[in-house]
Design a binder for this molecule. Structure first.
Ligand SMILES: [Ca+2]
Ligand SMILES: [Ca+2]
Ligand SMILES: [Ca+2]
Length: 344
């Protein structure tokens, strides 16, 4: 099956042990429209309408669908559930075709990633020490692992149960190992990679397709996935839904693991300590919350709330390249911000 080899090739750096390096997709420079399209935009007096609000079955009430990765009730207090509509210029970059897998993450663990302070920001290390992190929260839970004996090799499920701090530490470790520059995607990079230039609401287009991603398909109404529609109850092997690929060929950008981005949720205000989560997860019921434009978020030290839904993918930045040209977040997107602002 193709996904057994998806997501990684191995490289050997100098005399270092071979490590799995995520398979990357090059995203060309370009412009795209970020955020949700407004019908009647600019005509004055026309309130925001979008296909998600008017399509039967995608009504406003389902925005409250639970995504326990960041708490069903809490999330609905969040402002800015969609980015402001704007044109964004993107510089060339590469992004992981898949979410980071258990195989890839296990290399970081085996290399002493949780013991080597050099890979962690000051705040990240403090959180790790405080909470005693030594493994992802889901690592010893068979529901999140391919092999029931929990062997670490050849596990194409996405790593879940990791905080933003752990995701950043993985990026720093991978950068050091490979000599390339890896980061979490900016929110702009993520959305461009997910939707392309044609305003796609889901990675594959503008029509919801329940067989093209791993979401919280729930046929019996108990608000827990059955796997009856998408064949997966818990996280799916990355790349399990080739028809769900984005215009650039990125997989699982709707559902499966929801994905950390580098950005703060907002630059100022009560949610500025949050980091952005994108794409919804295997537990997200509402198609609306699985769109390419929907924004979630939580604190950078949160990695698990009831279920393991949170994972990530990485971007690789060309030598001398900019991460992105949008100025809105530039000042706050240092790779490892050392001056964490306290939540108000
Ligand atoms: Ca169910
Ligand atoms: Ca499912
Ligand atoms: Ca995903």
């Amino acid at each position: 099956m193709f996904w057994l080899v998806a997501g990684a090739v191995s490289i050997s750096i100098a005399s270092e042990p071979t490590i799995p390096v995520p398979e990357m997709v090059e995203i060309p420079a370009g412009e795209f429209s970020m955020g949700l399209r407004k019908i009647g935009e600019g005509s004055g007096g026309v309130s925001e309408v979008n296909p998600l609000c008017v399509s039967p079955g995608l009504g406003g009430e389902i925005i409250a669908a639970v995504s326990p990765g960041f708490g069903g009730e809490v999330q609905d207090l969040l402002p800015l559930r969609y980015s402001p509509r704007r044109t964004v210029r993107i510089e060339v970059f590469e992004i992981g075709r898949y979410e980071i897998t258990n195989t890839e993450y296990s290399a970081f663990m085996r290399a002493g990633g949780y013991q080597n302070r050099a890979y962690w920001s000051e705040e990240g290390w403090a959180a790790k020490e405080r909470y005693g992190w030594e493994l992802p929260e889901t690592w010893r839970d068979k529901r999140y692992r391919t092999h029931r004996d929990l062997s670490e090799d050849n596990d194409p499920l996405p790593v879940t149960g990791v905080s933003w701090f752990e995701a950043c530490a993985y990026c720093r470790w991978l950068s050091e190992q490979s000599g390339d520059r890896y980061e979490l995607p900016s929110e702009e990079q993520w959305e461009y990679a997910a939707r392309g230039t044609r305003d796609f609401l889901w990675p594959w287009g503008n029509t919801w397709e329940e067989t093209r991603c791993n979401f919280g398909d729930d046929l019996d109404g108990d608000r827990f996935p059955d796997g009856g529609l998408d064949e997966q109850i818990y996280p799916a092997p990355v790349g399990f839904y080739p028809q769900g690929a984005s215009p650039f060929g990125c997989m699982d950008m709707a559902g499966n693991a929801e994905e950390w981005c580098r950005n703060r949720y907002e630059e100022e205000g009560p949610w500025c300590a949050y980091r952005v989560l994108r794409g919804g997860s295997w537990l997200t019921i509402s198609p609306r919350n699985l769109t390419t434009v929907f924004r979630g978020g939580t604190f950078p030290w949160v990695r698990y709330i009831f279920w393991g839904t949170i994972g990530f993918r990485v971007v690789r930045i060309p030598q001398g390249g900019q991460t992105f040209s949008n100025t809105q977040s530039n000042g706050q997107n240092a790779l490892f911000p050392l001056n964490e602002r306290a939540k108000d």
